[in-house]
Design a protein around this ligand. Structure first.
Ligand SMILES: *[C@@H]1O[C@H](CO)[C@@H](O)[C@H](O)[C@H]1NC(C)=O
Ligand SMILES: *[C@@H]1O[C@H](CO)[C@@H](O)[C@H](O)[C@H]1NC(C)=O
Length: 892
């Protein structure tokens, strides 16, 4: 233990080492290296493989379709259409313009989609159609004059005419689109995964498809429709996108695999950000940007909130798969190389802070393996699938993050990727697939995205001339730039314009980390930089020692706090509170009348006239300042729109007093260990669990009577008599010191603790309700807040109570635990043969006191003038320490 602790101190101070920048000449040198790599791979393909779809980089030969029809890994993209050439078309003008005119000519004159091959709709769309559309748009913007064309393309030759091929290039895209259309003839509108380009959907074709495959066609199909004035493509792609979204879970999560005939999610019923789902989110935000269509933006924001709430881990770093309905993490819990696109997408969405964190995990994976394994079990720090086929996603995110932060750290990340790629995958004619990142074993395959995306984003990273695309302009998920000229955008309807009144979309500006003393530093000096390293490497001296492979070290060591992020999305109810009234909050009103909620047509603001049964969803603001109300029952509240509560029943509580909190220095959540002791004194640990401390009662950070404090030894766990399991009536005297395990409900937390103290207990552990029971109410500062969150812990509070009552329980501790944990403990206690002890191990969250799910809601007095009458009494609400910015309570 001692050795590991000293390691800790070193680990945590490592961020104080200085970071260096990168000179312009070095950056341009790296850009030149990328260019040479690209030319090497492209010329290798053209010399040894063209017109085949792919190059075999080890044998320097063409790779053809596999005669085995079940080898979909190859055949899905082998359409006998020179796919590698197609896919690099939009990269050539950027990196290797000399080759562009000939490449366009070859595509225009040689490629045909009239092939008797079964291919994947998604792959053909993103690799081939996207490239053709992007190339058409580039050609269309070239001047007619041949000298000017050459000049604009940056050619050394004097004259060239490539623009003449633009008609044919668009025709090819249209032809491909028509050949993919039969896939959409399904009862649900969700397309078949595969289609034969000549014969349409084949007999006996599989009806399973994945969310990403069906939901990431919108960009290409919409651009094709707008350019050709053939509405069919945009219509079917939009319908497919909505068909997926309309089948989301009650938590707004989409699954991985779905049946195109019946539209039900198929096993294993998981959601996440990786393979099978990934680009569904990406196309939500990118369709919103490209098409200027806010229905996609709404879907994106809802799906993103669901991911941030349920898929992201509490530390804010890992996005792992969860079961679609019960939200438990999948087993084994892995993250995959494809999901490394997510940070880049988060940058597009404006959530740079989250992007930095998730990117750091992939960065450490890269550092550990000198590549990115396809799939990695983050809980056991083990590779699940060891290959790396030169995927672009990590580099893509690095590019976006550099654009957003201009932190040279990201240039060095790119530099590392570049050198590892050259060292490990470069062959005589191209770049091979790493079959195993741990052994250097290679596979004779070069996917088209190695040239078209990975090297493109690397080049863009080192190239300061090219910044992030602006509005109506995006990179497709295959890295093809697409844009919509203004005259092809669609005006939004009057109804939509009215709904968006008052909306104020802003991109938060990136603020670099600042150390004490005001020193602005880089990403590598963020305190959580080393935490991300730990997630991947573990905590030994060489980063991989087995001695303390447990994440709990972050709690027990006490030196390196586990970071925690506030819950992204929380549902709350407001109601006037009468502390003598123990009735549950009113039932949810799912279609409130305009007497209850009204909307101002001029400002877009909402007024709540009656709070009864209104469910408000609050969402974390991307500027990291706190929360905003994002919906009131069925009404969506958009960024910038205000919510004003003018309910007479709430006015008795205004202004909301800012009482000094009686809350001590107790950690918000503690790690507990439950063990049994035999008569011979032998101890067996039966369970570890996290509990939430109450905001009243004993301060666990200090020692006190009864022995129940942090690191304070074992205390016996007992249950009260069967007739009084909730401790709402006076309890029988118990031998001290002991902790009582009691049920939640029927009376206040304070009452329970009061009875326990009277009976001589050192404290109580309160067991939460089973997941299906009704949301409980919390009373805070005169305004009741019911938190509708079945899964999280809540912190018992009693702030309404007079101080002299609180004083009677100030030495007794109260900890709240999840129902499941309580159930397990009860089962052991029911056996009655062993004594169960509880021990407080330490702070479950380190020093970071961020709001957790179900954290208490605190009123804050506000003296500033607001509203039309400055003397108007008003109040604001906050969730834990975080203010709800667009919600105000005013006197009616
Ligand atoms: C590939 O396509 C070309 C024409 O584009 C055709 O002549 C050739 O027969 C095709 N090859 C196969 C194996 O289908
Ligand atoms: C859009 O504008 C471009 C020129 O800026 C023009 O060439 C094109 O025909 C226009 N398209 C439509 C549909 O009006």
């Amino acid at each position: 233990m001692l050795t590991s602790l000293s390691t800790w101190i070193i680990v945590c101070l490592a961020y104080l080492l200085s970071v260096e920048g990168m000179s312009v000449s070095r950056r341009l040198q790296l850009r030149e290296e990328v260019r040479k790599m690209f030319v090497h791979g492209y010329e290798g393909y053209m010399t040894h493989a063209y017109p085949a779809d792919e190059l075999r980089p080890l044998t320097c030969a063409p790779l053809h379709r596999d005669p085995d029809p079940f080898n979909s890994g190859v055949n899905d993209i082998h359409a006998n259409a020179s796919i590698t050439l197609l896919d690099v078309l939009s990269t050539l003008p950027l990196i290797h313009p000399e080759a562009f005119p000939h490449a366009v000519q070859l595509v225009a004159t040689q490629v045909s989609f009239d092939q008797d091959v079964k291919v994947q709709v998604f792959e053909m769309t993103i690799r081939a159609m996207g490239a053709l559309l992007s190339t058409y748009q580039l050609l269309d913007r070239l001047p007619d004059d041949e000298t000017l064309q050459a000049k604009q393309l940056g050619l050394t030759e004097g004259k060239v005419d490539v623009k003449k091929y633009r008609g044919r290039v668009l025709e090819l895209a249209l032809d491909l689109g028509k050949r993919l259309l039969p896939a959409f003839s399904t009862p649900t509108g969700i397309p078949y995964s595969r289609v034969n380009l000549k014969r349409g959907v084949e007999k006996g074709e599989s009806t399973d498809t994945c969310t990403a495959g069906a939901g990431s066609l919108v960009l290409e199909f919409a651009v094709l429709s707008r350019l050709t004035h053939d509405e069919r493509f945009e219509t079917v792609a939009n319908r497919a996108y909505l068909a997926i979204w309309n089948r989301r879970s009650p938590h707004n999560l989409v699954g991985n695999t779905i049946g195109v005939g019946h539209g039900h999610w198929l096993a294993p019923g998981q959601s996440g950000t990786g393979a099978g789902i990934d680009s569904f989110y990406e196309y939500g935000i990118k369709a919103a940007i490209l098409l200027g269509d806010d229905s996609y933006l709404d879907i994106f924001h809802d799906s993103y909130a669901a991911v941030q709430t349920h898929v992201r881990t509490d530390d804010g770093f890992i996005y792992r798969s969860v079961q679609l309905r019960i939200l438990q993490p999948a087993n084994p819990s892995t993250i995959d190389s494809l999901s490394a696109f997510f940070p880049g997408m988060q940058v597009l969405a404006g959530d740079i802070e989250s992007a930095i964190k998730s990117h750091l995990v992939f960065w450490n994976l890269w550092r550990n393996y000198d590549a990115l394994p396809e799939s990695w079990d983050w809980e056991n720090r083990q590779i699940q699938w060891a290959g790396w086929p030169g995927r672009p996603e990590f580099v893509e995110s690095t590019y976006y993050l550099y654009q957003a932060t201009r932190d040279p750290f990201y240039l060095r990340v790119g530099e590392r990727v570049l050198s590892d790629m050259v060292r490990r995958t470069k062959t005589a004619c191209g770049f091979a697939t790493l079959k195993n990142v741990e052994t250097d074993e290679l596979e004779d395959r070069m996917e088209s995205f190695v040239l078209s995306e990975t090297l493109k984003y690397l080049y863009l990273l080192f190239d300061d001339q090219n910044s992030t695309p602006l509005s109506n302009r995006v990179f497709s998920t295959e890295g093809h730039p697409l844009f919509l000229p203004y005259n092809l955008t669609k005006p939004s309807s009057a109804i939509r314009r009215e709904l968006h009144r008052g909306e104020n979309l802003v991109c938060p500006v990136y603020e670099p980390p600042v150390l004490g003393g005001g020193l602005v530093v880089g990403i590598e000096r963020r305190p959580d930089y080393e935490y991300a390293r730990h997630l991947v490497f573990g905590s030994g001296v060489d980063g991989r020692a087995a001695e303390d492979q447990h994440r709990t070290q972050w709690w027990e060591g006490g030196f390196c706090p586990i970071p925690s992020v506030p819950k992204f999305s929380v549902d709350i109810y407001l109601f006037p509170l009468d502390s003598s009234d123990q009735s549950p909050p009113p039932l949810e009103d799912t279609s409130p009348s305009s007497d209850k909620v009204s909307r101002d047509e001029h400002t877009g603001d909402f007024t709540i006239h009656k709070v009864d049964g209104l469910r408000l969803t609050v969402r974390w603001r991307l500027d990291n300042k706190g929360y905003d109300v994002s919906s009131i029952g069925p009404h969506r509240v958009r960024a910038g729109q205000q919510v004003i509560v003018r309910d007479p029943s709430m006015s008795g509580y205004l202004p909301i007093p800012s009482t000094p909190s009686t809350y001590s220095h107790s950690p918000a959540e503690v790690l507990m260990r439950f063990s049994t002791a035999s008569t011979s004194g032998e101890r067996q640990v039966i369970l570890h669990a996290i509990g939430a401390t109450a905001i009243f009662g004993r301060d666990f950070s200090r020692s006190g009577p009864g022995g129940w404090t942090l690191h304070g030894g074992h205390t016996k766990l007992l249950r009260p008599e069967k007739s009084n399991l909730d401790a709402c009536r006076p309890l029988k005297t118990i031998p001290t010191p002991a902790i009582l395990l009691i049920q939640r409900g029927k009376c206040t937390f304070l009452t329970k603790l009061h009875h326990a103290v009277k009976a001589g207990a050192a404290g109580v552990i309160v067991v939460g309700y089973p997941p299906s029971s009704n949301a409980d109410t919390q009373q805070v500062l005169g305004v009741g807040i019911g938190i509708d969150d079945e899964l999280g812990l809540i912190r018992p509070s009693a702030e309404n109570e007079p101080q002299h009552i609180l004083d009677t329980v100030k030495d007794a501790g109260m900890i709240y635990i999840d129902h499941l944990v309580g159930d397990a403990l009860s089962t052991v206690l029911d056996l009655g043969i062993v004594q169960v002890d509880v021990e407080l191990m330490g702070d479950a969250n380190g020093q970071n006191g961020h709001a957790k799910s179900g954290e208490i809601v605190k009123g804050q007095a506000s003296g500033s003038a607001f509203g039309r009458r400055s003397e108007e009494r008003q109040g604001r609400l906050a969730l834990g320490p975080w203010e709800i910015w667009n919600l105000k309570i005013l006197e009616p």
